[in-house]
Design a protein around this ligand. Structure first.
Ligand SMILES: [Zn+2]
Length: 283
């Protein structure tokens, strides 16, 4: 396990975790044959691999921005079992360990609205009603992703659960954005399609240093190699082009990258060796 906290210029960024879940290894690595991916991600008897539900807390001093909210506490029992979800202590518990309460969060960013990225946006209150977990936060979501989530295709319909995002609108906490958008000084969302048509990444800059959260563009350090693209991606060719573009910028600017589903690394860098991109852990 590498570090779970970095200083970025004047900012502080924490890697924290809602828990773990399990997905089919073949689906996670697309066209890459099993003998190659199972060296890095051993699979269980159902061919599943264990993936993390990583979130990031950006503390600028003035504002606290939470990126991704994991799978959440109120997943239907059937789905919870299906993915063998492990949640202890969960995202809010992990925040508390760092000394933050749900009410301290000013902004929540979801890269997209699949349930493993926004499940913790809401929780069931005492009246069994879904309400926003972070009562003071604006939730930043791409308008195109929101519209798609309301009417998904047959291919990814099971990934969109309305209780994860409809309550945000009902409580006036939804902030829809179109494309690249600056949230506060030093924190912006950047449209990077491929996984979905309106998937967004997060770019954080302070005192010349850059942190870039990859979201599902590159879910783990095992997906840095160019052909390592998930079968879940709706537009895999766009994922490929965007990986190359983002990695080249990251190498040029010495960016620190953030990984969504990596069980071992919150942070890392990439380097290029004989035309191949390689993951470099942070020391
Ligand atoms: Zn995901």
């Amino acid at each position: 396990m590498t570090m779970n906290r970095i200083a970025l210029g004047q900012f502080e960024i924490h890697g924290l975790r809602d828990g773990f879940f399990h997905l089919d290894g073949g689906a996670m690595f697309g066209v890459v044959p099993k003998p190659l991916w199972e060296k890095i991600f051993p699979s269980d008897s159902q061919n599943r691999i264990r993936l993390a539900l990583n979130s990031f807390l950006i503390n600028t001093g003035q504002s606290r921005v939470l990126v991704e909210t994991g799978i959440g506490s109120d997943l239907e029992e059937k789905i919870f079992k299906h993915y063998s979800v492990e949640r202890e202590p969960g995202l809010v518990g992990s925040l508390q360990k760092l000394g933050f309460r749900a009410v301290d969060i000013d902004f929540v960013i979801n890269t997209h609205l699949h349930f493993d990225h926004c499940g913790g946006n809401t929780y069931k209150d005492a009246k069994e009603k879904y309400v926003p977990t972070f009562p003071q936060a604006k939730y930043i979501i791409q308008r195109g992703e929101w519209e798609y989530a309301l009417a998904p295709s047959e291919r990814d319909r099971p990934s969109y659960l309305k209780q994860n995002f409809m309550p945000l609108k009902e409580h006036g906490q939804l902030q829809l954005v179109d494309g690249d958008y600056k949230i506060i000084d030093g924190v912006e969302v950047v449209l990077v399609p491929g996984h979905t048509s309106r998937h967004q990444c997060v770019k954080v800059q302070s005192a010349g240093e850059v942190f870039f959260f990859l979201g599902d563009l590159v879910p783990t350090s095992g997906h840095v190699g160019l052909p390592y693209i998930m079968s879940y991606d709706l537009f895999p060719q766009q994922t490929l082009e965007n990986k190359k573009r983002v990695f080249d910028q990251a190498i040029e600017g010495d960016w620190i990258l953030g990984f969504n589903h990596d069980p071992d690394h919150f942070f890392g860098k990439v380097r290029k060796e004989e035309k191949k991109y390689k993951f470099v852990p942070l020391q």
